[in-house]
Design a binder for this molecule. Structure first.
Ligand code: NAD
Ligand code: ZN
Length: 344
């Protein structure tokens, strides 16, 4: 099959022919139809320090996908060729305390599709049946290919009561903007999102943010008074991975506010803990998606009108992956989707 592979420990990726993946008795072979590029894939492409430490070559990359079942292992009894699927990219151990208790998203030994094992940017992907999401075929495949990052947004946002609440989202990357859509759907009053990137702020406005705030020109406190808010935000969703954004958020939270931290902060990020203490804030770290409550909620919300399709700003055939990665790395994009339905 054709696949986009990190063939050597250096920047770049190659489109190469490799053997089709083999399946075990509990696995499902998926014929990939659409994939979407994540920041993680860009890190692997660019071969930054994290990638150098984490990725073993050769390895197929990618973990955001939608496809149809091609073949199932002999133990798989409830999924059939042709079924439309996506899948959870965190393969859990099944044996640790949290896995055994049904809290699989808190597994202490996850393996990442396209990170620690071969990924989805190929004509076929093999994963365990326990990682396959049997999808509603009415959901467009390209939207389904966004379920992994949408799940990050849904997990972070739905960790808290949002109905009638004022929500601050720091970082208007794809996941931040998806969080705007989710918070709106969940009935938030004001949804304010911040960034320095005008392209992404424009996308957030298109997705019905109350205020998409350009930090080059305005402050979060200014937005609060513009909206007639006096006590601060009830819910904060940190989606930038920038320590300054965390501190901006802490400074603008209401007493008793709730915060989800999704953006990866890096080492030695400094936080004003006194804001957390004196305001009585609750902070929750978010990693991945709940298996599979988040997937259920994504499906149910899309079936009831949640529309993330404006987030897809670029589409390429998989043979044009170089161009696609260039766009994804430049920051002037929402989600960049690769098509695998047409032959190469
Ligand atoms: P992204 O990098 O595309 O977007 C981040 C945005 O934050 C950018 O538009 C950037 O301009 C903006 N930003 C930078 N500094 C800022 C500041 N001080 N205030 C406001 N905005 C600022 O990222 P993404 O793909 O949308 O993902 C969001 C974050 O979540 C990233 O940090 C990513 O690594 C992380 N992530 C975490 C998980 C998880 O499971 N915890 C999963 C996926 C992604
Ligand atoms: Zn486990």
């Amino acid at each position: 099959m054709k696949a986009i592979v990190k063939t050597e420990a250096a920047p770049g990726l190659s489109l190469v022919d490799i053997p089709d993946p083999e399946i075990g008795i509990n696995d499902v072979l998926i014929r990939i139809q659409k994939t979407s590029i994540c920041g993680t894939d860009v890190h692997i492409y660019q071969w930054d320090d994290w990638a150098k430490e984490t990725i073993r070559v050769p390895q197929t990359v990618g973990h955001e996908f939608a496809g149809v079942v091609e073949e199932v292992g002999s133990n798989v009894t409830d999924l059939y060729p042709g079924d439309v699927v996506s899948g959870e990219g965190h393969i859990v151990c099944g044996r640790c305390r949290n896995c055994l208790a049904g809290r699989r998203h808190l597994c202490n030994a996850t393996s990442g599709v396209g990170v620690n094992r071969d990924g989805a940017f190929g004509e076929f992907l093999a994963i365990p049946i326990t990682n396959v999401w049997h999808a509603d075929p009415a959901i467009p495949l390209e939207v389904l290919s966004l379920f992994d990052p949408l799940g990050n947004a849904v997990h972070a946002a739905l960790s808290w009561d949002l109905l009638g609440e004022d929500v601050l989202i720091t970082g208007a990357g794809p996941i931040g903007v998806m969080s705007v859509v989710v918070a709106r759907h969940a009935g938030a009053r004001h949804v304010v999102i911040t960034d320095y990137n005008p392209y992404r702020l424009a996308l957030a406005r298109k997705c019905h943010a109350s205020v998409a705030l350009d930090l080059n020109e305005e402050t979060i406190a200014g937005a609060q008074s513009e909206l007639g808010m006096s006590e601060g935000f009830d819910v904060g969703l940190e989606m930038s991975g920038n320590p300054q954004a965390v501190n901006d958020m802490l400074a603008n939270m209401a007493h008793g506010g709730k915060i989800s931290l999704l953006g990866i902060q890096g080492e030695n990020a400094t936080v004003d803990w006194d804001d957390v203490i004196f305001k009585g804030l609750t902070i929750k770290g978010i990693y991945g998606r709940e298996m599979y409550e988040t997937w259920y909620k994504m499906t149910a919300m899309i079936q009831s009108g949640l529309d993330i399709s404006p987030l897809i700003t670029h589409r390429f055939h998989y043979t044009e992956y170089e161009k696609a990665f260039e766009v994804a790395a430049a920051g002037e994009s929402g989600k960049v989707v690769l098509d695998w339905t047409e032959p190469g």
